[in-house]
Design a protein around this ligand. Structure first.
Ligand SMILES: [Zn+2]
Length: 265
């Protein structure tokens, strides 16, 4: 289920960019619908889960659709070097999507060792940790000074944004998918001098002729991507406080934390 309903008739919807709908409405009256017993959603935001996909895997379709869109916004159809800033759920999913969709090389920048380990397992050709030399020096070394063709920035941190802009090649693209909830300062001289494209990615809509949700469903249904492998913790609804604490403690080894209703599943 997409978390918003769109009008289908405004100027953005009519061109397929329905995530930018002028009359966008969050599901269940703006409650975001998390952990509710019942949810009201418009039919246009619903997708059928194919047989063979578990509820746990199906819950990964939404973040995977975000990753599919971010990858498309950054790389288009190019097959070059993709740098992924961040190795949380979205960063790891973008890493996997990059390899599946044909990036020649994916470099993933992780903050924590357990994230780095997952990124390597998920197909990253190289994983960089901030370390002493910093991300920029490592990417320069790995690309022999050519830099990345595209960057997906998932951390929304000042350092992640700075590294994204510093590590993309001239005329390359940087797609921002992190939740920037406060202003960040960034040196834009490199963007101007090198004609770099900075773009945002809001949730999902169409990439080409396919809805990002459908692409995500296809990736899981075809078993090209094992979305369940990112789930590090599962808690019943009665232990939701533990789940939220585990999700917030990124240094404690969590990637994706799921809450399930033991009365249903
Ligand atoms: Zn609309």
């Amino acid at each position: 289920m997409e978390w918003f309903a769109h009008s289908g008739s405004c100027r953005f919807c009519r061109t397929g960019a329905y995530n930018l709908c002028e009359r966008i409405e969050r599901t269940s009256g703006g409650s975001h619908s998390g952990f509710a017993e019942y949810v009201v959603a418009h039919v246009s935001s619903l997708f059928k889960v194919p047989e063979g996909i578990s509820a746990s895997e199906a819950a990964m379709i939404e973040p995977l659709a975000v990753a599919v869109r971010a990858h498309g916004r950054a790389m288009g159809n190019a097959g070059g070097t993709l740098l992924v800033m961040g190795a949380g759920t979205i960063g790891l999913l973008v890493t996997a999507v990059g390899k599946i969709f044909g990036s020649a090389r994916v470099i993933t920048a992780a903050r924590y060792p357990h994230q780095a380990e997952r990124a390597a397992k998920w197909g990253a050709d190289a994983v960089v940790l901030p370390g002493k030399t910093g991300i920029e020096a490592r990417v320069w070394e790995l690309t022999a000074g050519a830099w990345a063709d595209a960057v997906v920035e998932t951390t929304a941190s000042a350092s992640g944004l700075a590294a994204a802009v510093a590590c993309v090649r001239p005329a390359g693209r940087v797609a921002l998918v992190g939740g920037f909830h406060k202003p960040r300062e960034v040196d834009l001289k490199r963007v101007v001098d090198n004609e770099i494209t900075l773009t945002g990615c809001l949730c999902y809509s169409y990439t080409g002729l396919q809805r990002d949700f459908d692409a995500a469903i296809d990736l899981i249904a075809s078993r090209r991507l094992d979305a369940g492998a990112l789930i590090t913790h599962r808690f019943p609804l009665t232990e939701i406080e533990k789940a939220l604490a585990a999700a917030a403690d990124k240094g404690g080894g969590s990637i994706k934390v799921q809450v399930y209703n033991s009365a249903v599943l």
